[in-house]
Design a protein around this ligand. Structure first.
Ligand SMILES: Nc1ncnc2c1ncn2[C@@H]1O[C@H](COP(=O)(O)OP(=O)(O)OP(=O)(O)O)[C@@H](O)[C@H]1O
Ligand SMILES: O=P(O)(O)OC[C@H]1O[C@H](OP(=O)(O)OP(=O)(O)O)[C@H](O)[C@@H]1O
Ligand SMILES: O=C(O)c1cccnc1
Length: 485
């Protein structure tokens, strides 16, 4: 393993297509691709978009150096040297627009739009989807956890169970965007400025002759941040009493114990008993941390059982998105250059959900000016001005178009922001804190029925009449085409 850069972090078929385009002379024709997903994960009512920072870094770093070119030469005899020379000159010179990290997003709407030479637009598909699918999935999972414990402290503990190192750190970042407070991963802390926090493991207790001694030594070593893991032998008989003794010791040192951590058994019962014992001993401020394969459902259950837990440590279930390990976002061609103009293209499928929305589009969030709440998202062809100018527009059900309503007095918020313009970065990446704040504000724009965890109301993504008619025309054209074949 030599240099660790991501240029060839792509599928072979992308390079094969680039080669074939190059051979037939279409590689410099413009293409427009859109990233979107078709179905929300976890039965959630919204997705949380993440991954843009990594995508920006990746796009800026694409370089076919000697190592990449030498490797490609070994992979395909057909690749002509002139093609490899073209790759050596590769730079992303296109336009890329994206939804901002932390935005609430919905099925079928464009999250990223790439407009570039076919050669460039095709190449970046794989990495863009890889970054956006994973990070958005974890941000969405973390947001569900945040929903059930909005006022508690949430710690991300997943690294040891994550799908390798990148997933651990970018997952920690995604969780932080969605409202987690800290991560156990210090590299994520160092790279992204996420607060890094931790308690101690069972091994610390096992490494001493007694639990009491282990606690005392730990408190002496790190008196300012003591959270003791109390379940190694017997939580209520031994762990909590020993933790209380340690809290007294710290008190004598002029310090305060931060917390205890429960990591097994019935977390509702144990937390209630431990809370009582701590309160009676005069330590009402000592927090109770819980961990052990937690997810949003268990946390919600523990809260309805009146568990006395202040801090939740969540690892495996979050970082692996265990109940749905992939988002399924796709990258589809929506328009291509032909004879100097864009022509819209469609992908047909027997499954109506999978028929793509053709054409070069913009996405708008329609916000009611009176309530400040989002009404629906609206996809219009780029030349349409009525939505942009806030004029009266028609929203209709695409399956039953006679169900419709007109809306006016709204604010149209464009969702896709310019990130790269002719290859130049035109967007200043915000700080992670700013992204996290932006995400929290975005949630306030939605009525609670769209945000609830179970059976949320469906937030609509509507096509403009022109976008819908274009889609219908292309479907009919395609069907006519088939009949003539
Ligand atoms: N009161 C509760 N209500 C619902 N789920 C709970 C409750 N307490 C704990 N859990 C969850 O139940 C699961 C506990 O599983 P299990 O009993 O196998 O683990 P454990 O308590 O760690 O056992 P062990 O001590 O053998 O490791 C965990 O996912 C935990 O978060
Ligand atoms: O359960 P998760 O949500 O994945 O959270 C992380 C888990 O990792 C640790 O256990 P582990 O058994 O790996 O080590 P330990 O000896 O420190 O408990 C910790 O005690 C948590 O239980
Ligand atoms: O700090 C902790 O308690 C911790 C860190 C990683 C995994 N489990 C627990």
């Amino acid at each position: 393993m030599h240099d660790y850069h991501l240029t060839l972090h792509s599928d072979k078929y992308q390079i094969n297509m680039m080669y074939a385009h190059w051979l037939q002379g279409t590689h410099r024709h413009k293409a427009v691709f859109e990233v979107y997903f078709r179905k929300l994960p976890f039965g959630n009512g919204y997705g949380v978009f993440a991954g843009l920072e990594r995508i920006v870094q990746y796009i800026q770093s694409i370089r076919f150096g000697d190592e990449e070119i030498a490797y490609l030469r070994t992979q395909e005899e057909q690749y002509q040297e002139a093609f490899l020379d073209e790759l050596k000159r590769f730079r992303f010179n296109g336009n890329l627009s994206s939804v901002l990290e932390g935005t609430l997003v919905f099925p079928s709407e464009p999250l990223i739009r790439v407009e570039a030479d076919m050669f460039e637009a095709q190449f970046v598909e794989t990495a863009i989807l890889n970054f956006m699918n994973y990070q958005s999935l974890i941000a969405t999972k973390a947001s569900r956890i945040k929903q059930v414990a909005p006022h508690d402290v949430l710690l991300e503990f997943g690294t040891r169970r994550a799908q390798e190192a990148d997933a651990a750190i970018w997952g920690a970042r995604a969780a932080y965007i969605a409202g987690f407070h800290a991560t156990s991963n210090m590299r994520a802390g160092m790279l992204f400025g996420i607060p890094a926090k931790g308690t101690h493991a069972h091994s610390w207790v096992q490494a001493h002759d007694s639990e009491e001694e282990a606690f005392r030594r730990y408190a002496q070593a790190l008196p300012d941040e003591v959270t003791l893991l109390v379940d190694t032998y017997d939580t209520l008989q031994s762990g909590v009493p020993h933790a209380i003794a340690t809290a007294r010791l710290l008190q004598q040192m002029g310090k305060r114990m931060s917390g205890i951590r429960l990591d097994s058994g019935d977390l509702a019962y144990l937390s209630q008993q431990a809370r009582k014992m701590l309160d009676e001993a005069g330590f009402p401020d000592v927090k109770i941390v819980a961990s052990n394969d937690l997810d949003e459902n268990i946390i919600e259950g523990l809260k309805t059982q009146d568990a006395k837990i202040d801090v939740w440590g969540v690892g495996t279930q979050l970082i692996t998105a265990a109940d749905q390990p992939a988002l399924g976002g796709v990258y589809k061609l929506v328009a291509r250059e032909k004879d100097g103009d864009y022509v819209p293209v469609i992908k047909i499928s027997g499954n109506p959900e999978k028929v793509s929305n053709p054409g070069f589009k913009e996405a708008y969030r329609i916000v009611n000016k009176q309530t400040g709440k989002a009404v629906a998202d609206y996809l219009a062809l780029r030349h349409e001005t009525d939505i942009r100018d806030g004029e009266r527009i028609k929203l209709f059900d695409p399956v039953h178009p006679y169900i419709h309503k007109y809306i006016e007095d709204y604010e149209p918020i464009p969702l896709l922001k310019p990130i790269f313009s002719e290859g130049k970065l035109v967007y200043e990446l915000p700080s992670l804190e700013a992204i996290r704040t932006y995400h929290a504000e975005q949630k306030d724009m939605f009525w609670p029925q769209y945000l609830r965890k179970l059976n949320p109301a469906v937030y609509r993504v509507n096509l403009s009449t022109a976008a819908w008619e274009l889609k219908m025309d292309l479907i009919h054209q395609y069907q006519g085409h088939q009949l003539h074949e």
